[in-house]
Design a protein around this ligand. Structure first.
Ligand code: DGP
Length: 115
């Protein structure tokens, strides 16, 4: 797993690397996914580094609530508030970046074929 020192998403949070930030609040930022799977595909991440959503929930439930609120805000702005929020947890589930991130997907009728 990535350590915070070499974590891509930590570098988006601290500004070392640029990305298109579309929303933020005290605990979380939202930016567009580099490989969008739907008209709306934004990632919501906590400012602090946690590997996955369970680690975040255990350590800082307020930050998780803020992150979900930010997902809702972006989806209200861009997809009439109708969206899917997905947290891949672990490589078998498709997680490739080990700084917890929720995928906010919407803007079209979504299919359902995860396997
Ligand atoms: P996951 O597979 O659930 O760990 O999702 C990781 C997502 O991160 C994937 O959908 C693509 C996105 N991603 C990876 N590298 C970058 C990047 O450099 N910039 C942006 N905006 N998104 C990235």
């Amino acid at each position: 797993m990535s350590l915070p020192a070499d974590c891509l998403f930590c570098q988006f949070v601290d500004g070392t690397l640029e990305t298109e930030i579309v929303g933020q609040n005290e605990h979380a930022i939202a930016f567009r996914d580099i490989n969008p799977q739907a008209p709306l595909h934004v990632l919501v991440i906590p400012r602090e580094h946690y590997a996955d959503v369970a680690a975040l929930a255990g350590a800082d439930p307020e930050a998780l609530a803020d992150l979900v609120g930010l997902a809702q805000e972006v989806a209200l702005d861009e997809a009439d508030g109708e969206y899917r929020l997905i947290f891949n947890s672990g490589p078998m589930a498709g997680q490739s970046v080990f700084h917890v991130h929720g995928h906010v997907l919407g803007g079209t009728k979504l299919g359902w074929s995860p396997a």
